[in-house]
Ligand binder design. Structure first.
Ligand SMILES: [Zn+2]
Ligand SMILES: [Zn+2]
Length: 397
């Protein structure tokens, strides 16, 4: 499939410039007005029917061609993170405290490069929906677009998305059938006891001692309640209590991140965690209130669509640059919600390893998207669209 890669290479300069332009002007969740406007204007100029303002700042560009009745959705994310950039790149962020530290500038540029190629030279039969979503970083932009009728207004038979991955060789494609990214839930535990003098603890109900015990007890949820062959994470990322050495406070709070790669494990974590905290609190004579906030779902790649996505990867870059079944990740991704509604697959593209550019991990102030991936990523989308959107009448004959 080198002709497609070569075709993308010849036009990639425009999209490297575009990526760096987006990188210079990063926008946080649901504030992607400039980026969304840029995306929508480009798609319109290339002949797409464009809908703006879906789920806030989301954009969908649609291209119909021929008689085929298949419908494909390709998703890119557009939002940046609240991080001060330290990449040193000449195209660094011009917005203090905001940066494209997850490469969503690159994902947007890759899909736009594919959009132009497909509009000008794409041979496909059917309906192509290009979905540019806001607020992937914790804001649930995918859910907002779906609540705004994404799949009713733009029905898709399958959806696909791609994310860059530092630590994987540049341009290497990693696929996975089944659970690929974790669910991510939040819990705030508030322990209320009786404050008092640090010299007279017997007149108090000390929430700090209860909190310390609960932090340790929580470690047993993963080690004792979850099947050892399943993955789960319970992290206490914040613990706040007290102000002085000689005062026992009345309140302690804990902030938790809870993750799983299986829906049943996710439910069990919530049940065990709530029961354990309640029992622990009671044993220390303090009361516990748990504010449980469900976050992103487990991201599950469907078998048939993942098999198809693998075939496209093998055809494009060859088997030495494809991992057919990569390991799951404990990070989370709101494309999971789209995959709960429509079958599809989420794949990774290596951003670089070792000392190479792009090896710096995402969400790090030194991170930058690897521009060498724009041609490969775009060629992947073009080939996938052309292989997916074929007339069923023609293939039946
Ligand atoms: Zn991210
Ligand atoms: Zn990301």
């Amino acid at each position: 499939m080198t002709y497609l890669l070569q075709a993308m290479q010849t036009r990639v300069g425009e999209f490297i410039s575009l990526r760096r332009d987006i990188h210079r002007h990063p926008e946080l969740a649901f504030e992607e007005h400039r980026t969304a406007g840029l995306v929508a204007d480009k798609l319109e100029a290339w002949g797409y029917a464009v809908e703006r303002g879906i789920g806030g700042t989301g954009v969908v560009g649609t291209l119909l061609r021929g008689k085929g009745n298949k419908r494909l959705g390709l998703r890119a994310d557009m939002d940046a993170l609240p991080i001060d950039e330290a990449s040193g790149a000449s195209w660094s962020s011009t917005h203090p405290g905001v940066m494209h530290a997850c490469g969503h500038d690159g994902h947007t540029a890759m899909l736009l490069a594919a959009a132009r190629q497909l509009a000008e030279q794409g041979s496909f039969e059917g309906t192509l929906h290009l979905i540019f979503q806001p607020a992937e970083e914790g804001g649930g932009g995918a859910l907002r677009m779906m609540a705004d009728g994404l799949f009713e207004r733009f029905p898709c038979d399958a959806v696909f998305a791609m994310h860059n991955m530092p630590g994987v060789a540049q341009g290497h494609l990693v696929l996975r059938e089944g659970a690929a990214m974790a669910s991510s839930d939040y819990a705030t535990i508030t322990l209320t006891g009786i404050g008092g003098h640090g010299a007279m603890p017997h007149h108090t109900a000390d929430p700090i001692v209860a909190a310390a015990s609960i932090v340790m007890a929580l470690q047993t949820v993963v080690s004792r309640n979850v099947d050892p062959l399943q993955a789960a994470v319970v992290t206490v990322g914040a613990l706040h209590a007290g102000k002085a050495n000689n005062v026992i406070p009345a309140i302690a709070t804990l902030e938790l991140s809870v993750r799983a790669l299986d829906r049943e494990v996710r439910t069990k974590l919530e049940q065990r965690l709530k029961a354990l905290v309640a029992a622990q609190a009671q044993s220390f004579g303090v009361s516990a209130q748990i504010d449980w906030r469900p976050g992103y779902a487990v991201l599950v790649n469907s078998p048939a669509e993942t098999l198809f996505a693998r075939q496209v990867a093998l055809e494009l870059v060859g088997e030495e640059k494809v991992t057919l079944q990569g390991p799951p990740l404990t990070g989370s991704e709101d494309f999971a919600f789209m995959l709960e509604r429509v079958p599809g697959s989420y794949l990774l593209i290596g951003n670089g390893t070792g000392d190479a550019a792009g090896a710096c991990m995402v969400h790090n102030p030194g991170y930058d998207f690897n521009d060498d991936n724009i041609a490969i990523g775009a060629a992947y989308w073009v080939l996938l669209a052309q292989r997916f959107l074929v007339s069923t009448e023609q293939t039946a004959n």
